[in-house]
Design a binder for this molecule. Structure first.
Ligand SMILES: [Zn+2]
Length: 57
């Protein structure tokens, strides 16, 4: 089970550091492997905005 389209997941990166993201299906979030910011996914659409992200440095 995946949160978003696998093809979309392949091209998405963290807007801050361009690092890969991991999917947290239960929390409906994408988590950056580098800075740890968590981006919400709303109705299958990832919200890749730093202002909307949780966590990080
Ligand atoms: Zn990041």
């Amino acid at each position: 089970m995946s949160l978003i389209d696998p093809k979309l997941a392949e091209i998405l990166v963290c807007p801050v550091d361009k690092a890969d993201l991991t999917q947290d299906v239960e929390a409906s979030r994408l988590e950056c492997t580098e800075c740890g910011r968590r981006y919400p996914v709303r109705e299958g659409i990832p919200v890749m905005l730093v202002d909307e992200a949780e966590g990080g440095p």
